[in-house]
Design a protein around this ligand. Sequence first.
Ligand code: 2DT
Ligand code: MG
Length: 217
Amino acid sequence: LESQPMRRGALIIVEGLDRAGKSSQCELLRDQLLTKGHAVEYIRFPDRTTPIGKLIDSYLRNASHQDDHSIHLLFSANRWELAKHIQDTVANGTTVIVDRYSYSGAVYSAAKANPTLSLEWAWQPEVGLPRPDICLFLSISPEEAAKRGGFGAERYENETMQSRVRQLFGTLLDRQRDDVCVIDAGRTVDEVSEEIVDVAVKCISRLDAIGPLRALG
Ligand code: 2DT
Ligand code: MG
């Protein structure tokens, strides 16, 4: 008997503003997919454990300063250093769930309104990275986000940044709309999770039609 060719895993990105519930939903999705018998790995960006990630962590905690362009490229480098791992893991049949990715990367940097750091400039270092099979964008209103508690103490956790980020996510996700599925994250955790699991399972079932993992353009 010929053995079946190994089916690859999916690359599933979860994006959204702070307080949208990304991390909880990623964990629920991982658990649900595991229960359904899928092999799953959950990673998040920034990955603060690598040498580059430690520089990013220090910057986010306001313990160090970086030029806007320089820190932007470090966030991107933090994805590039894990790109091969993502490709290999997916090729080996494991679905990879990623909490934040290139979309946060481009949008948070462009939200600084630095005249030489446009959304276009910010997207360029992302070109060629593993392209998600689906990007789930957890959408939440400013009112609902406020209800879920105040801002934390990290850089970017303030009203001005969050409202610019919201606007730029709109622009970027529209450009990348083939890969994006907007989820209303203002509902209960269970309602949101049910829709996310449904979309993820459908994505996994379409992988034969999509073919090998693609690259971001
Ligand atoms: P968390 O709160 O999810 O740990 O994110 N960010 C994230 C960027 O500015 N560029 C990036 O490439 C990524 C992945 C968003 C910490 C903050 O880091 C921002 C919030
Ligand atoms: Mg945060």
